[in-house]
Design a protein around this ligand. Sequence first.
Ligand SMILES: [Zn+2]
Length: 125
Amino acid sequence: MKYEEALDLKSRLAEIVTVLGMKHIDVDRVGCFRSFGSSTKRTIARCHTIGKLMQKSMNVKAHYAIEFLEKFDKLSREEQDKVIIHELMHIPKTFGGGFRNHDFVCEENVRVLHERFLNFRKYNL
Ligand SMILES: [Zn+2]
């Protein structure tokens, strides 16, 4: 596996966080990376974090990393934005090193937020 920091995706992520008012997300503690050479065929992106005990042991704050697999770049811009929203929704309000599961991070909730994002852009361009 090879990882490359994705500052272009990071700035898109930061815009989405601002527009959608996701105030619990500390963008400085969310890394964005493209990965190459994964054998997973179905995954487009995934969210990583370090658990509470490791944070304590290493004396660091919670941190998240979003990994974008090679397939991501083949999607349309809209689909990409939805993927970014999906991954952001996995980060809980506590920003503490856990995840919200797919009961919450579901297609319908992603669609609602994505629509809100598009509407904002329509009126603010
Ligand atoms: Zn997910």
